[in-house]
Ligand binder design. Sequence first.
Ligand code: UDP
Length: 447
Amino acid sequence: MKNQLHLLGSRQGTYSWGEKSIMLINDKGRLALISVSGDPAAEIGQEEAGGQNVYVRQVGLALAKQGWRVDMFTRRIDPEQANIVQHAPNCRTIRLTAGPVQFINRDDAFGYLPEFVKQFQAFQKQEGYQYPLVHTNYWLSSWVGMELKKLQPLKQIHTYHSLGAVKYRSVSHLPAIASTRLAVEKACLETADRIVATSPQEEEHMRNLVSGKGMIEIVPCGTDIQRMGSIARQDARQQLGIPREAKVVLYVGRFDRRKGIETLVRAIAKSRWQGNADLRLMIAGGYRPGQSDGMECDRIKTIVQELGLNEIVTFPGRLTDAELPSYYAAANVCVVPSHYEPFGLVAIEAMACGTPVVASKVGGLQFTVVPEVTGLLVPPQDEAAFAEAIDRILSNPAWGEQLGEIGRQRVEIAMSWESVAYRLTSVYSKLLAQSAVQSVQKPQVAA
Ligand code: UDP
């Protein structure tokens, strides 16, 4: 496995020797982040590669900077992929082969998890150590964590990213895996050493819809506050060729019906700025022809055409990390029209760039967006309400700037990846201290 080492040339990957030695002095120990279905080294912004992948990678990098030796485990989906991707001196992605080496829908991956557990153990054996802490992400990985816990001493921390109990309320056909997922999510809540909820709304859902048992701590998601907010609005517009006076509305995210892009397009058709040459809607996100995201993108393009909005709507495709700050900064308003959103990284990224947010009043968006202070919240799927909220901000640019400034402050205070990593470190350290006490209290067996 060690033979295919691939170094990512990312900004985070370049550490000076000084920093490296500080990390060794400050060694906090080994930690495995498990994300079976969301590869932290993948390209973000298309099918099944969104917030979870970003979260695992950025949390991993930030924890490594704070002295943890972080290994992030995922399922290999392409024979061309490196087995190990080294992101920074103490942070790497390890791809385990479990099931076919190809993309499979998350709903079809459960059967390959026993093999994933086996491969994880084989990796530990080969490396000559066991991870005392395993932080699992999404329900598939929670099952892996619970199985590992039967096989070795470890503390399991879990982040759900999405709850079946909430998601299934808004779908007309339940997938075949639904009952298994619900049972695994309940077992995990009741047995994991700590559950990390990313917002008070998510904690409430867990308590009301999953189980009253289990230990939950709230640690929000984060964003890169150095990168996001690094460019001023007019500079960003110049870079993207957008006129100074344009009224720019932005969507960033995957093409998935749950994201509510249709609501946004229909709201734009209702906007009082519609028909004005200055109005623009940019719908950014990756898609692959023939895949489910490609089909959703085609559906949206058809609606745009039917509504006669071709002239004002653009589809710039998947945005890279380097491009995102300019798009957010160039916009007068960023819209997050999701039907359901466990957290919604896009909202805090826009806020970090000083852009106000109009979002659905659902899930974690109710925690990140403060209505009338950093943006506006409206009922999901209500295109008239979205149109009205967007118009209020577009019609009052000075107020829009003010909302954006306060949004930036809100993210700076509590939602940088550094602050998220500090809070997770405190959770991990408490659990490790418990393990130490438990091992001292264990009665010694006479030889
Ligand atoms: N994203 C990206 N490029 C794109 C579209 C999205 O990098 O073209 C990123 C976006 O910046 C955010 C993540 O994908 O960090 C989406 O996370 P979010 O929590 O908003 O939604 P999810 O995809 O998890 O449902």
